[in-house]
Design a protein around this ligand. Structure first.
Ligand code: SF4
Length: 227
């Protein structure tokens, strides 16, 4: 596993628990609004952090850290993801997996092996607009499979970035995709330092965010705006 970043403590990323975050190197998407350049663009990849350093920290902090999150980049691209998650589980931590949904087979294996406790997935666009938003060819059947699989998992969140290039009609189609979700978040989109130039786009107004949030209640059980 190639680790490009390690956040020792987060109080907000795993609901109700203190977690550490492992950021893996490499992503198969190129979302215009992505701000994680160094984990996405090969020419900007950082020197990987030795995994042993991560394990040493986690061993020392057992009891004070409850959970470990695997995020990226896109963690499901790592060939040894299952092995490394299993290792973290054996150490006694809860595990959160954060994915873009492009590899449902990997998510399925994690679920079947019982090595993940919480899954988070970004639902980025209506299926017909996915390629436009993520900037690469994508098998939308896999995206749909991931959404449906995660909706059947015990503890999860689905979320959508409030990308200003999406229309209200797009959001309605996204809400159909996430219909029935237990936890759904609308994330404010940062337009600075993005992968592609987003400076011409206009941030969502508070009014529009609130009206979208209100609309979600016809589709999901819980929705919050994440800032
Ligand atoms: S925002 Fe898009 S490009 Fe950036 S890490 Fe996530 S999936 Fe990859």
């Amino acid at each position: 596993m190639k680790v490009g970043g390690f956040q020792k403590v987060s109080l907000v990323d795993y609901p109700g628990y203190v977690c550490s975050i492992i950021f893996t190197i490499g992503c198969n998407f190129r979302c215009a609004y992505c701000y994680n350049h160094s984990l996405v663009l090969p020419e900007e990849y950082p020197e990987p952090i030795p995994l042993e350093e991560v394990w040493q920290y986690l061993r020392r902090r057992k009891g004070r850290i409850d959970a470990v999150e695997f995020t990226g980049g896109e963690p499901t691209l790592q060939k040894d993801l299952i092995e490394q998650i299993s290792r973290v589980k054996e150490m006694g931590f809860l595990v959160k997996l954060d994915t873009n949904g492009s590899n449902p087979e990997v998510v399925d294996s994690c679920i079947k092996k019982g090595i993940v406790d919480y899954i988070a997935m970004d639902v980025k666009a209506p299926l017909e607009k996915y390629m436009e938003v993520v900037g690469v060819c994508v098998d939308t059947g896999k995206i749909k499979a991931s959404i449906d699989m995660i909706k059947g998992f015990k503890d999860y969140e689905l979320r959508t970035t409030l990308y200003p290039a999406l229309t209200d009609e797009d959001f309605l189609k996204i809400f159909e995709l996430v219909k029935g979700a237990k936890n759904y978040f609308l994330q404010v989109c940062s337009l600075e330092n993005t992968l592609k130039d987003c400076s011409h786009l206009k941030q969502f107004s508070e009014k529009r965010m609130q009206s979208l949030k209100k609309l979600t209640y016809n589709f999901v059980n819980y929705c919050e705006i994440r800032r």
